[in-house]
Design a protein around this ligand. Structure first.
Ligand SMILES: [Zn+2]
Length: 339
């Protein structure tokens, strides 16, 4: 018995040792491929500049024969728990453009071209049933380095259906995205922005989906007017904002060149939800601010910036104008951007 135990112990130890030695390399290679280029390009306002940087980076890498550590490690993305993102507290004028309800073969490819021309990376919250119908469009989105999140399978109000139905909506959508892209989504944009803390916790724990709503809502689904979409976004946008739009409406897509060019001219830079979570300084600040008054004056100056989340987030994301408007009003209290 004893020799057997020793042998198996050695085997286990060497297996663990091999795992420890190999896994950082795999992680590093994967991180560079998945996150490095996306971050560089999306954060850049100038695609040519990004390419030039990339070329320098490659040259430097080729000279370094030894496995020297990468100069800038990829950002670590650790979303907050039990939290709904609407904006970020970041240094610099970073914002996240998000597009819901696709992929749509009529409009999404056009938007992709507009984003590509400007070197912008965005986040697409897709519907499972649209992914099933148009997997090739989802593949295009993924291939161009955009982030893909879940928007459920059929756009129900998740707080109004059974937990079993929620699980089917989210499980099937994550699986459909995985089948096309090889990656499961990390973020959920709940239809109509409708969520409650107990459901959010279940969704985080069971599906690894962090809830992401928005701070800027142009109501593009309602107006179907490019000028209004433009005006609303330009009026509401602030650094760190998550901008909601829908890539299924031609009027929204038609508004984007002007919107994006003006945002660039104003000094805004763009990242995916993961990019901005990696840069976000909010967690500690908000937790401190959320504590009862402890009488420590230094906490007062760390008051978080909240670019008017209450009004914007109280509205449904509105992909289905036909749905009952009363549904949003019947939501549990969401005023003040509490979650
Ligand atoms: Zn929607």
């Amino acid at each position: 018995m004893k020799p057997l135990l020793i042998v198996s112990g050695i085997l286990v130890a060497s297996a663990v040792g091999a795992g420890v030695a190999i896994s950082p390399m795999l992680t590093s290679a994967k991180a560079v491929r998945d996150d490095g280029p996306a971050t560089t390009q999306s954060i850049s306002q100038n695609p040519q500049g990004a390419q030039a940087k990339g070329a320098q980076g490659n040259a430097a890498h080729a000279e370094a024969v030894a496995p020297a550590p990468a100069p800038a490690p990829p950002p670590v993305v650790t979303p907050r728990k039990n939290y709904t993102y609407k904006s970020f507290n970041v240094d610099g004028n970073y914002i996240a453009m998000t597009f819901d309800d696709g992929p749509n073969p009529e409009t999404t490819p056009q938007l992709l071209a507009i984003l590509k021309e400007r070197g912008i990376k965005a986040t697409f919250f897709v519907l499972g049933n649209m992914v099933a119908k148009h997997p090739e469009v989802l593949k295009m989105i993924a291939d161009e380095g955009h982030e893909i999140g879940s928007h459920s399978w059929s756009h129900p109000q998740l707080t109004r259906i059974s937990q079993a139905a929620v699980e089917k909506e989210l499980g099937n959508t994550s699986e459909a995205i995985f089948q096309v892209t090889g990656k499961r989504p990390m973020y959920l944009r709940p239809p109509y922005g409708s969520m409650k803390p107990s459901l959010r916790t279940m969704i985080e724990e069971k599906y690894g989906l962090t809830t992401v709503n928005w701070a800027v809502d142009p109501n593009d689904w309602k107006f179907r007017d490019s000028q209004k979409v433009h005006d609303a976004i330009m009026a509401q946008v602030t650094p760190g904002a998550i901008v909601l739009a829908h890539d299924i409406y031609p009027t929204t897509v038609a508004a984007m060149p002007r919107v994006l060019d003006e945002l660039i001219a104003k000094g805004y830079k763009f990242g995916t939800i993961s990019d901005l979570i990696a840069m976000d300084k909010t967690p500690k600040v908000q937790l401190l601010a959320a504590l009862p008054n402890t009488g420590k004056p230094q906490q007062a100056q760390q008051k978080p910036q909240k670019p008017k989340p209450a009004t914007a987030s109280a509205k449904p994301d509105g992909a289905k104008p036909a749905s009952k408007p009363a549904a949003g009003a019947a939501q549990p209290p969401r005023a003040g951007g509490v979650y």
